[in-house]
Design a protein around this ligand. Structure first.
Ligand code: HDD
Length: 754
């Protein structure tokens, strides 16, 4: 019997309430049953979500304009009036409808993570991943989305900033959201994480306070998308548990180069549960194959003005250009006994499980390969909920996670004004849905039949509850024996250990970035007592030298001795440092500007350009004004951007080709010299050959001896030069290597700004 048969009234007497009797009915367990409502049965391949969305796509090409009710419209510019110059008439249904739709176009923005962008793709588990202590991943979990290499599960991933409103700039200092909806055969699984593996607070109860403190202040509504104001640091300075997160937020992690160049973390400890009901703790990690990379602070602020959609456009553009951003999903697995032995509590979301203790083991990969058709319908309306899990994936008692399990469902009610947000195409699962929900605002499904309750005899007691074997979700049978209590566990009280681990793990340039960030953030705090608390009560308990360095820049008397709670350890974990981990050496998708004017050296430009393009970098010609530029030999290139519309901060590297006339023109252009100077300041690779080295001389790059005739190809701190301009291939290769370094941190950050 399939679920469809249950509406057959002739079967009414044949009531089955014994679920065991449905054992043969595999249709329920494997999702291969007949279609029902708007949720089709799909076989869970990569295309299946796309096919489901295709059913609701609309394209007006070649069609007549109609009202929402399908009546063709003859004039959409003029309202219906009583006389040519008379008042508008109420009966103008087209005017009323058009205006009403417009007036109701916006929905409340997300209370946090309002600003974001998303893309479609798929997830596929690796064949036979190497997992220490397990012969097969099915010993760990029964979630086929993670175990079956033949299953390509469609996903939609939305990246976001946290604090800013929907229209705020992308490159602000902030945590980034990294939320993935897996449309699995067994229902939707939402992994709603961030690009930082810890969180500000330990208990969801504190979340409204945290968000109120960091959002614009309630009296004047400023500042936008920034933690750099009194209320946030007031809150932070009174909450030692926030220390570890503060270290991450002051670091380059809060300034990702691109969404596709940041790690993602599930943050909480979750559980994986196998067929036998055995559970292991797990931490989820996403690692980008384009490498974990950051911007520098000065650059982020300029980008916010030049292109506030920097990260949004980056993701859209690379996918549209045919690149496929990819992340590897890794897991850290540990048992309850191991968890007991750690000197921190795995239920405390302000703690990582250091990779030096438990390695990250890769189990699959996610590829994003399709942009949404419509930002509102897909990216804005996608609704995540950490409570969306599938059999084999379960929660832990992390009090932050437990609170999230309530908050997300609730917040969607606010965003969508009703409970049927799960029926919106982007949120609708691929797995079949059958239950006794029938009503509510904007109900889309038409559920047939008389029955919407259980138990029932009229409808054969369908839909049936599924046993575990039939795919029914069973919560992990954790034994709980507790006293009702409202307090914080003693095991949650070590606040500085891992903050110190983070500081110890940073390279010196990263440390300097953290200190500079603290100078900026706390420099914006008016109240001295808050700045003092941050230095004495927080930073001085992480590292004494660090506290002194911060104090010196914010008018606070440097502490004379380390804080009483400063941990006595020098442990490091190289996985925490962006500079140490790198994750990728390729320059694929990197954006390289070529500064060109008439009279450029065409052979040189083409050699460098083709070398870069062979490496899948994106090369753009930048000139004073748009239009074609003519080379010495009569070749032409068309400028992609002019100095008015672009700037060095929007590129990863810059190349200045030779050619006497070209170089003379560039030397006259302040914008061109500024382009090179800023690229240097932001530690990006720079290349110049032949006459073009004169541009480097004119810009006076601190600490760089510009190569001259006879020096050959020279690479100094990421500045690649060929004074003779005659070894172009070696020159181009050297430039590729310099770009792959991402940033040349050894350049003194202070020198140019001095
Ligand atoms: Fe949250 C959105 C990630 C703690 C309450 N959160 C939201 C989004 C991400 C995260 C990525 C955006 C989803 C999207 O793109 O639509 N949140 C996290 C992480 C947390 C976390 C990694 C800590 C580990 N969040 C957290 C707590 C609460 C919330 C403790 C409340 C108790 N979060 C929300 C929310 C949001 C949200 C208010 C706003 C919009 C939404 O849910 O859909 O419910």
């Amino acid at each position: 019997m399939t679920p469809d048969d249950s509406t057959d009234r002739s079967d009414e007497e044949d009531v089955q309430t014994d679920h065991e009797s449905h054992d043969d009915d595999r249709a329920r367990a494997d999702g291969s049953g007949s279609e029902s409502g708007t949720s089709d049965a799909h076989d869970g391949d990569e295309e299946s979500k796309r096919e489901q969305l295709d059913e609701v796509r609309e394209n007006p090409e070649g069609e007549y304009l109609t009202t929402d009710h399908g009546v063709r419209v003859s004039d959409t510019d003029n309202s219906l009036k009583a006389g040519e110059r008379g008042p508008t008439i109420m009966e103008d249904f087209h005017f009323r409808e058009k205006m009403t739709q417009f007036d109701h176009e916006s929905i409340p923005e997300r209370v946090v993570h309002a600003r974001g962008t998303g893309a479609h793709g798929y997830f596929e588990p690796y064949e036979d991943p190497d997992l220490e202590g397990f012969d097969d991943i099915s010993e760990l979990t029964k979630a086929s989305v993670l175990t079956d290499p033949d299953q390509k599960t469609p996903v939609f991933t939305r990246f976001s900033t946290v604090v800013g409103s929907r229209g705020s700039a992308d490159t602000v200092r902030d945590v980034r959201g990294f939320a993935t909806k897996f449309y699995t055969e067994e229902g939707n699984w939402d992994l709603v994480g961030n690009n930082i593996p810890v969180f500000f607070i330990q208990d969801a109860m504190e979340f409204p306070d945290l968000v109120h403190a960091i959002k614009p202040e309630p009296d004047d509504g400023t500042p936008q998308a920034s933690a750099a104001h009194d209320t946030f640091w007031d809150f932070a300075s009174l909450k030692p548990e926030i220390t570890h997160m503060i270290m991450w937020v002051l670091s380059g992690r809060a300034l990702p180069r691109a969404y596709r160049m940041m790690q993602g973390f599930g943050v909480h400890t979750f559980r994986l549960v196998n067929d036998e009901g055995d559970a292991h703790f797990v931490k989820f990690h996403w690692t980008p194959t384009y490498g974990t990379q950051q911007l520098v602070w000065d650059e982020t602020q300029k980008i916010a003005g030049k292109n506030p959609d920097f990260n949004r456009m980056d993701l859209y553009d690379v996918i549209e250009e045919g690149y496929e951003p990819e992340w590897e999903l890794g897991v850290q697995i540990f048992g309850e006994d191991e968890a007991e032995a750690f000197d921190f509590d795995v239920l405390d979301p302000t703690k990582i499980v250091p990779e030096t203790e438990v390695p990250v083991e890769p189990i699959g990969r996610m590829v994003l390969n399709e942009t949404p058709d419509n930002f509102f319908a897909e990216t804005e309306q996608v609704a995540f909920h950490p409570g969306n899990v599938v059999p084999g994936i379960d929660f832990s008692n992390d009090p932050l996670l437990q609170g999230r399990l309530f908050s997300y469902q609730d917040t969607q009610l606010n965003r969508f004004s009703g409970a049927n947000w799960d029926e919106i195409p982007i949120n609708r699962p691929l797995a079949e849905r059958h239950n006794n929900q029938r009503a509510g605002f904007m109900r889309q499904e038409i559920n047939s039949g008389k029955v919407s309750y259980k138990p029932n005899s009229i409808g054969d007691d369908d839909p049936q509850e599924a046993s575990e074997e039939e795919g029914g979700y069973e919560h992990f049978a954790e034994k709980i024996d507790g006293t009702k209590i409202r307090n914080r566990s003693e095991s949650f009280q070590t606040h500085f250990d891992q903050a110190r681990l983070f500081w110890n793990s940073m390279t010196e340039p990263e440390r300097q970035n953290i200190v500079d960030a603290a100078h900026f953030e706390l420099g914006k705090v008016d109240r001295m007592e808050i700045r003092e608390r941050m230095v004495y009560d927080m930073f001085n308990n992480v590292d004494h030298e660090f506290a002194k360095r911060v104090a010196e820049g914010i008018g606070v008397e440097p502490p004379e001795s380390p804080g009483d709670e400063m941990p006595d350890h020098d442990a490091e974990d190289p996985a925490l440092s962006i500079n140490e981990r790198r994750d990728a050496d390729s320059i694929e998708t990197r954006k390289i500007a070529v500064l060109v004017d008439d009279g450029y050296d065409s052979d040189q430009l083409e050699t460098v350009r083709s070398t870069l393009q062979d490496e899948d970098a994106r090369v753009k010609i930048v000139s004073k004004v748009l239009g074609d530029k003519t080379a010495e030999n009569g070749d032409e290139v068309e400028a992609d951007k002019s100095h008015v519309t672009t700037q060095s901060v929007l590129f990863d590297a810059v190349y200045v080709p030779g050619g006497e006339e070209n170089v003379d023109a560039l030397l006259e252009q302040g914008d061109a010299k500024q382009f090179v100077a800023e690229a240097f300041k932001h530690k990006k690779a720079i290349a110049a050959a032949g006459e073009a080295t004169k541009v480097l001389e004119a810009v006076e790059l601190p600490g760089i001896d510009v190569a001259g005739d006879g020096d050959g190809v020279v690479s100094e701190h990421g500045v690649v030069m060929d004074g003779d301009g005659d070894d172009l291939e070696a020159f181009a290769e050297s430039f590729v290597d310099a770009i792959a370094e991402h940033r040349h941190w050894e350049r003194d950050p202070k020198e140019l700004s001095a």
